[in-house]
Design a protein. Structure first.
Length: 269
């Protein structure tokens, strides 16, 4: 059986030109140098790194398998759009998301804790076992045996009634299509955006709706391609007890919901 032909260079160049981007513009979006991008397009990079595979896949919304094995330039425009919009492999994380973990001496997975000062490094090191090994880690005997768990701190009051400053224990979500609407999750976003603890709903148009628990904050959407990881809420740890809502807070929440409904009605008009 002959060797599988690899279409990575031609696909990267084709998809860049399809978006009418220069090498400089695409390199900036990917956070790499133009020289490195040119090496990918010219075929001088024989073995792209895992990080490169993931970054190109997420930006172009194409599975790694498709980028490597299919000559996308030979597909119809509709088929390319189907790959981008349907993106089942992307949503399910098949050959796209690579989760690094650490284990204890008994080969059991640790729970890594991502402190506030490590957030910036997490975005570039989330798939690097050496980076994860620098994070505090612990174990809890009450957690389920299945799944990978990680703890993240919360900042701000958008997650009330969960007290500000709580630590959220979460379970890794590989298949994003499995999420039910308004599933509480820690969402790891690209760029300089903070980690957010939101109710997540996957929209059919390729966006993700993020809703705060505190109804004084407006919901908003982000492109799925801007999301690095999803971690589903399991429990939280806090020194504070959640406070019961006062009559005024309940009234404010009702008014906020009414304003949101009026805004939706106007948007449909």
């Amino acid at each position: 059986m002959g060797a599988q032909e690899i279409y990575w260079p031609v696909n990267i160049r084709f998809l860049r030109l399809r978006r009418k981007l220069s090498q400089e513009a695409l390199a900036e979006k990917l956070g790499i140098s133009r020289v490195k991008l040119n090496a990918h397009e010219s075929g001088r990079t024989a073995n792209p790194t895992i990080d490169d595979l993931i970054n190109f896949s997420e930006l172009f919304r194409m599975s790694i398998d498709s980028l490597l094995k299919i000559d996308i330039s030979k597909l119809s425009e509709q088929k390319i759009k189907d790959l981008e919009e349907g993106s089942e492999l992307f949503m399910k994380g098949s050959q796209v998301r690579v989760l690094a973990i650490t284990v204890d001496k008994q080969e059991k997975e640790n729970i890594e804790y991502v402190p506030v000062q490590a957030k910036a490094g997490y975005r570039s090191g989330y798939s690097d076992p050496e980076f994860l090994a620098t994070l505090p880690r612990f174990s809890l005997p009450t957690l389920p045996r299945s799944g990978t768990f990680r703890m993240f701190p919360t900042v701000g009051d958008s997650m009330l009634p969960v007290p500000e400053g709580s630590d959220i224990i979460t379970r890794y979500v590989q298949d994003w299509t499995s999420l039910k609407p308004e599933t509480p999750c820690i969402v790891i976003l690209k760029g300089d955006q903070d980690f957010v603890f939101k109710q997540v709903t996957i929209n059919p148009d390729g966006t993700m709706l993020l809703q705060s628990f505190n109804k004084q904050y407006f919901a908003y959407t982000v492109p799925i391609s801007e999301v690095i990881e999803l971690w589903e809420y399991y429990s939280f740890h806090s020194k504070q007890l959640p406070e019961a809502q006062t009559d005024m807070q309940q009234l404010m929440r009702m008014l906020q919901e009414m304003q949101n409904e009026i805004k939706e009605i106007k948007g449909r008009a």
